[in-house]
Design a protein around this ligand. Structure first.
Ligand code: SIN
Ligand code: FE2
Length: 291
């Protein structure tokens, strides 16, 4: 395994002069790179070619302090406590989340939704559902009533393939499944369900995936909900679990076909998602599971 470089290299000189190049680095550790947007991975805000430009200073005896990591990872020209070094000016942070052009550096579910907006959904029988859905991945769950129902390669309404699942979501789902005892989980679907206040999902089980030995990985974001967890028969008694922002449920094995649903979403405000709850379910719809 290769050793991660230090965040900077120091070239000691002989003259009483230190030249610092805090923004010359381009290194992105793999786990951070996987979560950045493709544009951010191009590290546009780098001060390019600074070491070459100042190579003569070293020859004159100056000491050089040169960042190795991109300023998108850590900005060496920022106070460790986040205090502004340029009061009154808008600046990026110690570990920035935005570029100088104010574009977000980290990939997000919202960006996926910009490519494939949430849509109204219908049951197999054509009845309107209260959740709105979107997908990313090689497959997606289409619930557009008579226009399509079940797993499809493209959105039946637009005809366009579902957007690819971003690496940060794929890796997160793989890691969560592995932690729950399902190594080798490799989802080909991320179904995004959006619940406005009052929206619900009736009792059902997830039966359309080809290989039922693969688990379901479900991530809750935004407003808390009451998730209903039953048994293998629709008529089995149910219990209610409160799921909050960041909660993850993984079900598989003997529980894989358990009936579940969501009670009408109580009103509230979430600092990221406002009056909504988003649920991301990762599934292996068509791929065989070799866990
Ligand atoms: C689902 O069963 O597809 C969604 C469950 C949830 O929203 O938590
Ligand atoms: Fe489900």
């Amino acid at each position: 395994m290769s050793q991660a470089p230090l965040p900077f290299v120091f070239h000691p000189g002989t003259a009483p002069l230190l030249i610092s190049m805090p923004h010359a680095g381009t290194h992105l550790p793999a786990d951070i790179a996987a979560r950045l947007t493709p544009e951010a991975r191009e590290v546009h805000d780098t001060d390019w070619h600074m070491p070459q430009l100042y190579a003569c200073a070293q020859a004159l005896g100056a000491s050089l302090l040169v960042a190795t990591h991109s300023r998108y990872v850590i900005d060496l020209n920022r106070a460790p406590d986040g205090a502004s070094l340029y009061p009154g000016q808008s600046v990026t942070g110690l570990c920035p989340v935005d570029s100088f052009a104010s574009t977000t550096l980290y990939a997000s579910v919202a960006q996926e939704l910009a490519q494939q907006p949430l849509q109204a959904t219908f049951t197999a029988g054509g009845l309107p559902m209260s959740v709105r859905t979107s997908n990313c991945g090689a497959w997606g769950w289409a619930a557009a009533g008579h226009q399509g129902y079940g797993y499809t390669r493209s959105d039946p309404l637009s005809g366009r393939p579902w957007p690819a699942m971003p690496t940060f979501l794929q890796q997160q789902a793989q890691a969560l499944a592995a932690q729950a005892g399902y190594p080798g989980f490799d989802p080909d679907v991320c179904l995004i369900n959006a619940y406005a206040v009052g929206a619900k999902m009736g009792l059902h089980h997830d039966a359309d995936e080809r290989d039922k030995t693969a688990p379901i990985v479900s991530v809750s974001l935004g407003l808390p909900c009451h998730f209903v967890w039953g048994g293998l028969q629709r008529s089995d008694p149910v219990r209610s679990l409160r799921l909050e922002h960041g909660d993850v449920l993984v079900w598989g094995g003997a529980s894989r076909m358990v009936f579940h649903g969501v009670r009408p979403l109580p009103a509230g405000q979430h600092h990221l998602l406002g009056a909504e709850r988003w649920n991301l379910t990762f599934r292996m719809a068509q791929r065989p599971y070799r866990g």
